[in-house]
Design a protein around this ligand. Structure first.
Ligand SMILES: C[S@@+](CC[C@H](N)C(=O)[O-])C[C@H]1O[C@@H](n2cnc3c(N)ncnc32)[C@H](O)[C@@H]1O
Length: 106
């Protein structure tokens, strides 16, 4: 189970494919329900590798990113599904099963 120090959490808004250089030295990067929305998911994935500390982890909901990550990361947990529902409006709900995987930087 991941332990997160809430004292270190901050909120920032930005383009995930074009983040400013000072967003770096992270122990954990989470991208939930995001990859399929990005205009360049591969750029995002490769860029995140540079922003993680050694032994840092990233958690992505994703389809097939193994070939992008295998050179620099080790899969540390069997991919698992997270189920959630989003209400789009009063009569419409989106029911999603999002696949998660956890990677450790080598
Ligand atoms: C399906 S929503 C998921 C939101 C949230 N992570 C969740 O799981 O409820 C996808 C989000 O990706 C954001 N998004 C799309 N392109 C982005 C980009 N280039 N940089 C940052 N966020 C982006 C959208 O604004 C939207 O909020």
């Amino acid at each position: 189970m991941l332990q997160i120090d809430l004292e270190k959490l901050e909120f920032w808004q930005g383009d995930a494919c074009n983040l400013k250089p000072h967003f770096k030295n992270y122990d954990l990067i989470i991208a939930i329900n995001l990859l399929d929305r990005l205009y360049d998911a591969e750029l995002f994935l490769r860029d995140m590798a540079k922003r993680l500390n050694k032994d840092g982890k990233k958690i992505y909901s994703q389809e097939t990113i193994n070939k992008i990550l295998n050179d620099e990361f080790e899969l540390v947990e069997t991919p698992f599904e997270v189920e959630f529902v989003i209400q789009e409006h009063i009569r419409k709900y989106q029911h999603t099963f999002s696949q998660f995987s956890v990677w450790k930087k080598l």
